[in-house]
Design a protein around this ligand. Structure first.
Ligand SMILES: Cc1cc2nc3c(=O)[nH]c(=O)nc-3n(C[C@H](O)[C@H](O)[C@H](O)COP(=O)(O)OP(=O)(O)OC[C@H]3O[C@@H](n4cnc5c(N)ncnc54)[C@H](O)[C@@H]3O)c2cc1C
Length: 446
């Protein structure tokens, strides 16, 4: 077997929460890594359009990966956020039964939560629920004190800071177009040539290739030469709409109904700026679609009034949409077409990527500071100066506190490191630091 040097030990495709967490984990193991992101900033995909809830890990079936990783991940998350000065609120969560028929489901959730080793779970009577949240209507509830909300963009900026602090690179504006196994056409251990597009197209080699491209997972997998097509599951899209509350937040804690198939059900949360929101619901769509249909408000009023009868008429305002990449279709109707071949930036337009630089009212998401209305505008902060990680995070937090909405992550490290691939390759060749660490990998070739 011949050995071969590669530019990187590992390349990660996609700089959302998952890709950045993978990149950090690889960098912590001392590997030379690059995280390649198609968009011009990190965290612009699914990770920018969610509820920002740190889940307790209550529901997931025994032995499932979700049961293992949700609980373990949440236990690691809060100390990580503390260490990086990322804002969170461990506000706790109530899962409520609004009629007697739901009690067995609540009991089943409590049993599962205990099996999953979720800390501090408690059964609450109607009176105990009322004592915690006087305006909440429930016949019984579960309290999950470990659940909370956190600043997901601050989290991703912190992950990026750790990657770059260990010599890794997070390269934006760099879509991965495809990959070819090095040497023999083996996907197993031989390394890859990775082709990138964007302003500075390049070809680099890596021993390990990790794909975390969210909604583009099928397309990226299909772009890896030799990847077995029958291992690529069909893509389905679970659209989730949110409505914001025009008025004072009614509850301190997260409030959830028992879950529905494929989703957790329309729930309530108060974000870190105090804005109350409801959602997401679940609607299977043929392609990602980020428009909030105002007509869905009727279903929201009905669902919310089950646990909050005091919801005033006209108080819900269409807010934003997140799209869940699903490999199971639980929505009925026709299945989607198989994913297209070839990889690249997703198409623009309503079904295309989130363009936070030009958000419309339906492109806002859960990172508003203060009481900016749902139609608040995105403002980009100037990249902070000073030393990289901690100073950057502090400045980001300070900037965000001043802005009505800042979904675009900003960090000192981002200002310092949006390396185009040629620059990256030059760095590899000229910097002793980079050379020492980057070109030490031995990839095996048959
Ligand atoms: C409505 C909704 C609510 C949710 N609520 C919660 C919650 O409260 N708590 C929770 O823990 N989770 C929640 N989730 C789930 C969570 O948001 C996702 O699990 C997570 O954000 C997925 O991150 P990701 O990195 O896999 O995907 P993404 O964030 O989509 O990142 C993928 C990245 O890959 C990039 N990319 C795509 N193709 C390429 C390419 N060819 N080359 C380079 N880059 C590429 C994209 O631009 C994107 O930045 C929610 C999800 C939804 C939809």
């Amino acid at each position: 077997m011949a050995v071969m040097e590669t530019d990187f030990d590992a390349i990660v495709v996609g700089a959302g929460a998952v890709g950045l967490a993978c990149g950090r984990a690889l960098a912590l193991r001392g590997l030379t890594i690059a995280v390649l992101e198609a968009e011009d900033a990190i965290g612009q995909g699914v990770s920018s359009r969610n509820s920002e809830v740190a889940h307790g890990g209550l529901y997931y079936p025994t032995g499932s990966l979700r049961a293992r990783f949700c609980v373990a991940g949440r236990r690691m998350l809060y100390p990580f956020l503390d260490a990086h000065g990322v804002t969170y609120d461990k506000c706790g969560k109530l899962v409520v039964a609004t009629d007697e028929a739901e009690l067995p489901r609540l009991e089943a959730i409590l049993r599962q939560a205990r099996i999953n080793d979720v800390e501090g779970m408690r059964w609450l009577s109607a009176a105990e629920v009322h004592a915690l949240e006087p305006d909440l209507r429930a016949v019984a509830g579960l309290l999950s004190p470990e659940s909370g909300i956190f600043d997901s963009h601050g989290y991703m900026v912190a992950l990026r800071g750790e990657i770059e602090g260990r010599g890794g690179a997070v390269v934006t504006g760099t879509p991965v177009l495809g990959a070819t196994p090095l040497g023999a056409a083996s996907l197993d251990g031989g390394g890859f040539t990775v082709r990138t597009g964007g302003r500075d197209p390049a070809t680099v080699t890596t021993r390990l290739l990790v794909t975390a491209p969210g909604l583009a997972a099928q397309d990226v997998a299909a772009g890896i030469e030799g990847f077995p097509a029958d291992l690529i599951p069909q893509a389905h899209y679970g659209k989730g709409s949110y409505f914001a509350l025009n008025g004072r937040a009614p509850f301190k804690r997260l409030v959830y109904p028992p879950p529905i198939p494929g989703a957790l059900g329309v729930h309530y949360r108060r974000d870190l700026g105090g804005q109350a929101r409801f959602g997401p619901d679940l609607e299977y769509v043929e392609a990602p679609d980020y428009r909030v249909d105002p007509n869905r408000a009727d279903g929201f009023y009905r669902d919310i009034r089950r646990f909050w009868p005091g919801l005033p008429d006209g108080a819900l305002v269409p807010d934003y949409v997140g799209v869940r990449p699903k490999i199971h279709w639980t929505g009925g109707g026709a299945a989607r077409l198989p994913p297209g071949r070839g990889v690249g930036p997703r198409p623009a337009g309503p079904g295309g990527p989130v363009r936070h630089r030009k958000p419309g009212p339906d492109l806002l998401h859960g990172h508003r500071r203060g009481r900016g209305g749902p139609a608040g505008r995105l403002k980009k902060g100037r990249p902070p100066r000073g030393s990289r990680r901690r100073a950057g995070l502090q400045t980001v937090n300070a900037l965000r506190a001043r802005l009505p909405l800042n979904p675009t992550p900003t960090s000192a490290s981002r200002a310092a490191m949006p390396l185009a691939m040629p620059k990256l390759k030059k760095a590899l060749n000229t910097s002793p630091n980079w050379c020492d660490r980057a070109v030490t990998t031995k990839a095996l070739r048959n």
